[in-house]
Design a protein around this ligand. Structure first.
Ligand code: URA
Length: 249
């Protein structure tokens, strides 16, 4: 950690300086800092994230369990979409799931019900999963954004950046065998790329430092508008099933 960042963390903790005790092993300051953070009132999930100093935001999420993360998301005001949402849409499914399906953002029906993929696109997603032998209840389903963008517009860069730490923590907690990114927005955000979905599909990617295998395919809402591409989506799903079968646990 560089000096400036350390100062910011320490200031957030109300500490003025950091002195390494004689004989302490070199790896200790970070461990100590993290345990100080874990005990800090800043970790109170009921406290709005906007009250926390920026550098702490990501670090705090990286320590949350499912309940803390859910509470943090429910209280989130980071990007401003809280002004127009009915409720947050955290994610749903089996906490032992091998498959994590990642979509873009809640639509009108999801915003109303508080669950991802419950509208028409959700019905098609369920059928797509069934086609490769997966029940909706077996997988976990989440979105890049936890709040609905008004009028179902694409998420802004800032909205995605503010919300992604929640999905990253969901991935870390779930430890899925495979990520299936449905649609361009999910694929590009998870892979941090501008490459088109057409070029991302049919390849085995990996996500982040955990290197969870990731396969990208079309969004079910797109397939409802463009049924001719369902055949390609079917190829992607079979490919994802193969990738998943190859994963060593
Ligand atoms: N589209 C998405 O990407 N996610 C949903 O939850 C619903 C529609």
């Amino acid at each position: 950690m560089n000096g400036l960042r350390r100062k910011e963390y320490l200031a957030a903790l109300g500490l003025k300086s950091w002195v390494l005790r004689a004989g302490a092993p070199a790896a200790q300051p970070r461990a100590l800092l993290e345990s100080a953070l874990l005990e800090s009132p800043l970790l109170d999930p009921a406290r709005p994230a906007s009250e926390a100093p920026a550098p702490l935001a990501a670090l705090r999420e990286s320590a949350f369990d499912w309940d803390q993360l859910r509470a943090r998301v429910a209280a989130c005001t980071r990007c401003g979409l809280n002004a127009t949402r009915t409720q947050t849409v955290f994610g749903v499914g089996n906490l032992e799931a091998q498959w994590l399906i990642v979509g873009e953002a809640p639509g009108a029906e999801e915003d109303r019900q508080g669950e991802p993929f419950v509208g028409r696109a959700g019905q098609l997603l369920n059928s797509m999963l069934r086609a490769i032998g997966l029940a909706r209840e077996e997988v976990y389903i989440a979105n890049v954004l936890k709040c609905r963008p008004p009028g179902n517009r694409d998420p802004s860069e800032n909205e995605s950046a503010e919300c992604l730490p929640y999905l990253e923590r969901q991935i870390a907690l779930l430890k899925p065998r495979i990520l299936l990114a449905v649609g361009r927005i999910a694929a590009q955000n998870l892979l941090r790329t501008d490459v088109s979905l057409g070029r991302l599909r049919q390849q085995a990617h990996t996500f982040g430092i955990s290197r969870v295998p990731l396969v990208a395919t079309y969004h079910p809402a797109y397939l409802l508008r463009t049924p001719a591409d369902k055949r390609k989506a079917w190829e992607d799903l079979k490919f994802a099933r193969e990738v998943c079968a190859r994963v060593q646990r």
